[in-house]
Ligand binder design. Structure first.
Ligand code: AMP
Ligand code: TRP
Length: 337
């Protein structure tokens, strides 16, 4: 991770990241993204968004979407994002995002770029023709989120790296044509835990849009349900608790979850479980997950909806203030002002 103490420079570097309020946020989102954000608050000026206009690239039920926007904000807060330090806001409340996305659609993004995006290909499979144009264009809205704030660093899970690469290309192209309007950002992916895998199929990412919720541990799962899911998680052949992604991918994934939520290094876990089998290991992992969820949910439940609305409104104002200036600069550069 790129570290920079605020005290060592007059202007702290800027972090931007976001999560869509779709599906149930799970421990993959926490380990791969949110827990990293919490640490970064110490050293950077951070902006974290609830990216609701990304969520509607696939159909959402309006009632559920409204509820999830509040839910995701509470998850940020319960995880330790501090609204006094960091900006927390809802993407759709700052219209500059969609406006800049339109401009970048026209200047900076080629159809060939979007045709390369693996997430779009994976999500649509054989149904590309009936996917929404929004789903196809989604990375340009993400570029606009990032570029509006002069972002230096974008902390994300592995699957989002390609979208940040595209953001860099768009920024460079735009700057090449109109002058240095945008800072070119860098993606930061954590070394361990950047890709937490499904509990029942270690070749698949643990995904909040998975139809089978036994693949995932949601941050709001009841602790006892989570325990059952861990006990039912697949393991590999053999019985030694060793970290070996090639030959024991399921166990490697469980070791990563244990290390991240239990705050113990993987090699320490290997030593602690030498001579013990998978059974003991899974039982203890279940305890670690249960303890983590109990603690997390106690914080989550203590936050009221009113508190969330206040935080989002204050975040909106702070975000709007930065974004509207950058957008106006861009409007001038392209000649509409
Ligand atoms: P998504 O759930 O796709 O909206 O992702 C929200 C954030 O969580 C992004 O930064 C993802 O890269 C990260 N993320 C999602 N799923 C995982 C996972 N299974 N392991 C690690 N990070 C993840
Ligand atoms: N596309 C990201 C995801 O699905 C969410 C996202 C939207 C995002 N805008 C962003 C992440 C800007 C980082 C920066 O996970």
């Amino acid at each position: 991770m790129i570290k920079q103490k605020k005290s060592e420079s007059s202007i702290a570097k800027i972090i931007f990241s976001g999560i869509q309020p779709s599906g149930n946020l799970n421990i993959g989102n926490y380990i791969g993204a949110i827990s990293q954000w919490v640490e970064m608050q110490k050293d950077y000026d951070c902006i974290f968004s609830i990216v609701d206009y990304h969520a509607i690239t696939v159909k959402q039920n309006p009632e559920i979407l409204r509820k999830r926007i509040i839910e995701v904000t509470k998850i940020y807060l319960a995880a330790g994002i501090d609204p006094q330090k960091s900006i927390i806001f809802q993407q759709s409340t700052v219209p500059a995002h969609t406006e800049l996305a339109w401009i970048l659609n026209c200047y900076g993004t080629h159809i060939a770029d979007l045709n390369k995006m693996t997430q779009f290909k994976d999500k649509t499979g054989d149904n590309k023709e009936s996917a929404s144009v929004g789903l196809y264009d989604y990375p340009v809205l993400m570029a606009s989120d990032i570029l509006l704030y002069g972002t230096d660093v974008v902390p994300v899970g592995e699957d989002q790296k390609q979208h940040v690469e595209l953001t860099r290309d768009i920024a460079r192209r735009f700057n090449g044509e109109f002058g240095p309007a945008f800072k070119v950002p860098t993606a930061v992916v954590r070394k361990e835990g950047a890709r937490i895998m499904s509990l029942l199929d270690p070749t698949k990412k643990m995904s909040k849009s998975d139809d089978n919720q036994n693949n995932c541990i949601s941050l709001l799962d009841s602790p006892e349900n989570a325990r059952k899911k861990i006990m039912r998680a697949v393991t590999d052949s053999g019985s030694d608790v060793v970290y070996d992604v090639e030959n024991k991918p399921a166990l490697a994934n469980l070791l990563t979850i244990y290390a991240q939520l239990g705050i113990r290094q993987v090699n320490r876990l290997e030593r602690d479980y030498a001579g013990k089998g998978y059974g003991d290991f899974k039982k203890d992992l279940a305890d670690v997950v249960v303890k983590f969820l109990e603690n997390f949910q106690a914080k989550y439940n203590a936050i009221s909806d009113d508190e969330v609305l206040e935080i989002l409104e204050s975040g909106r104002q702070r975000a709007e203030n930065i974004a509207s200036k950058k957008l106006e600069e861009v409007r001038k550069l392209i000649g509409v002002r």
